[in-house]
Design a protein around this ligand. Structure first.
Ligand SMILES: O=C(CO)COP(=O)(O)O
Length: 247
């Protein structure tokens, strides 16, 4: 299947910096073998939509979506609002939001459903902490996180993207080995196969200190269908090198 390389800028952006980064990406991207997305902070949707105009190689995603549809939810951004700015993907359940915003598995599943209803592909993040890994809980944790989404969205599960992001590998420079990542991706694939006959078409991304040097080995694993890239998506040369590795 066609791989997906998605950048997650997190809370790193500025009008001037975005312009430089997107223009460099546009100039260097050529005709990649994979799909490419950049998930930008919401105040910059309109700017980045303009910077991406006239091409469809790089699409834009959001880093979150409200679990509510509209109304008195101060500070929230709804899926239909995202849609108005051309958003194609919405990251849901990133470990940083599970931790700092106390998002529960159920809350994350509702967000995935809101995105799907609006025609936006949710990128559902799952992953264990270092402590959970050391306690042998990895499989239990990721399956529980994914099960909540499978339970809520039913047959629409075939339309999501899953990102396995071990919390201990995010922003730490400690990447999961290709074998460690594949092991968990295999578990997730098996879980999805039990839920849908289309499981082999669901893209399973790896995220956590993926960079130009380790991307090819990770992406060569049978159940790693792309990457969710934090730090290395902020420099055009690094992000373009990862895209080139996704053949
Ligand atoms: O959290 C991540 C992407 O969502 C990964 O971040 P890093 O690539 O900076 O480790």
């Amino acid at each position: 299947m066609k791989k997906l390389i998605a950048g997650n800028w997190k809370m790193n952006a500025s009008l001037a910096g975005n312009e430089t980064l997107v223009n460099e990406l546009r100039a260097g991207i050529g005709a990649p073998a994979c799909d490419v997305a950049i998930c930008v902070p919401s105040p910059y949707f309109q700017q980045v939509q303009g910077l991406l105009a006239g091409q469809d190689t790089i699409v834009m995603g959001s880093q979150n979506v409200s679990s509510h549809e509209s109304g008195a939810y101060t500070g929230d951004v709804s899926a239909t609002m995202l849609k108005e700015f051309g958003i194609r993907y919405a990251i849901v359940g990133h470990s940083e939001r599970r931790l700092h915003q106390a998002e529960s598995d159920t809350h994350v599943a509702i967000k995935a459903e809101r995105a799907l209803e609006a025609g936006i592909t949710p990128i559902v993040c799952v992953g264990e902490t270092l402590r959970e890994r050391e306690e042998g809980m990895t499989e239990f944790i990721v399956k529980r996180q994914l099960a909540a989404v499978i339970h809520l969205v039913g047959h629409c599960i075939s339309e999501i993207v899953v990102a396995y992001e071990p919390v201990w590998a995010i922003g730490t420079g400690k990447t999961a080995t290709p074998e460690q990542a594949q092991e968990v991706h295999g578990v997730l694939r098996t879980q999805l196969r039990a839920a849908t006959e289309h499981a082999d078409k669901i893209r399973l991304l790896y995220g956590g200190s993926m960079n130009a040097g380790n991307a090819a080995a990770l992406l060569a694993q049978p159940d790693i269908d792309g990457g969710l890239i934090g730090g290395a998506s902020l420099k055009a040369a690094d992000f373009l090198a990862i895209i080139a590795a996704a053949q």
